[in-house]
Design a protein around this ligand. Structure first.
Ligand code: ATR
Length: 288
């Protein structure tokens, strides 16, 4: 059948969204959201929006005034966006950062953070038997991505989180801010004893990423039933995941977190809860 709109032109009622970042050229969001727009035949567009920090407040307001449905915000705007929203979701407040903005019909700027949602949904999809409440989690790192993951794990009923970071003070500050007694700071590098009864290990540092040093970790004490995951997705199979896989642990790579965190925005702006499929993974990873 010939498509009714083979040129994929926009109409006068197209819904508009995009991603604000500085720089934004590396962002995979336009490719990801563009895939779903085409797949579901949505009359809409999602564009990269390079916005320097000094222009951020004006740009956000302008997008609202231009009739955009919403935007993703990425580095370096995620924390700064909080102050420019009229309403924040509970999780955005607790994470202290916004990645998904919706402009409501009554003119309000609504801020949400879907990074933790993306993290959990990735594990649910790829390791459906994961029971977050079943045992301690070991979390490596204390940066922005880590904060969203800690909040999400606590919300899923994780009984204890052992948090470790090269700069201990940063982990301590994060634990103080989140203020939940289930977060315990442990030594970096992680001691085998801290892994001996863990049911989940998460790397939220940039170690293992292309061009970064490798994450040195001894998994010898980790139960084989533990799930191991990494937020790094370039490469997909990091040294951590290879090591865990080789000793029999179930592993989940980090690409799914990126894909799932995008679902709530697409749903709100374009009206469809989109699917994360193998074909989408392949498309987002390719560059043609
Ligand atoms: P993001 O906001 O994306 O999480 P970030 O705030 O730069 O990024 O955090 C990067 C994380 O990787 C931090 O936990 C950082 O540890 P420090 O807080 O000690 O800087 C960790 N990291 C980066 N390079 C590292 C290295 N060479 N060794 C150990 N940890 C490293």
């Amino acid at each position: 059948m010939t498509p009714r709109n083979p040129y994929r032109t926009l109409s006068g009622t197209s819904r508009l969204a995009g991603v604000m970042g500085w720089p934004v050229s590396h962002s995979k969001s336009p490719r990801l959201q563009g895939y779903w727009l085409a797949k579901y035949g949505v009359d809409g567009s999602y564009m990269p929006l390079p916005v320097a920090p000094e222009n951020f407040a004006d740009a956000l307001k302008s997008l609202k005034n231009l009739g955009f449905s919403g935007v993703n915000v990425t580095i370096p705007h995620k924390e700064n966006t909080l102050a420019h929203c009229d309403q924040l979701s509970d999780r955005a407040k607790r994470i202290g950062a916004v990645n998904t903005v919706t402009f409501s019909e009554d003119g309000l700027i609504l801020g949400d953070n879907t990074d933790g949602f993306g993290f959990i949904e990735n594990l649910r999809q790829n390791a459906p038997d994961t029971a977050f409440a079943s045992g301690p989690a070991v979390v490596l790192g204390a940066g922005g991505a880590c904060r969203a993951i800690l909040v999400a794990l606590l919300d899923e009923g994780c009984p204890e989180i052992r948090l470790t970071n090269r700069t201990r003070k940063r982990a301590e500050d994060l634990a103080t801010e989140i203020n939940d007694p289930r977060i315990k700071i442990v030594d970096w590098p992680i001691e085998p004893a801290a892994l001996s009864d863990a049911s989940l290990v998460v790397n939220t540092t940039s170690l293992g990423m292309v061009g970064q040093p490798k994450l040195e970790i001894d998994l010898a004490g980790l139960p084989q039933t533990a799930l191991v995951t990494d937020i790094v997705y370039a490469p997909l199979m990091t040294d951590l995941l290879c090591q865990a896989h080789d000793r029999g642990n179930l592993v989940v790579d980090g690409l799914g977190m990126l894909l799932h965190q995008a679902r709530p925005g697409f749903h709100r702006w374009f009206g469809i809860d989109p699917e994360v499929t193998q074909d989408l993974r392949d498309f987002v990873l390719s560059s043609d």
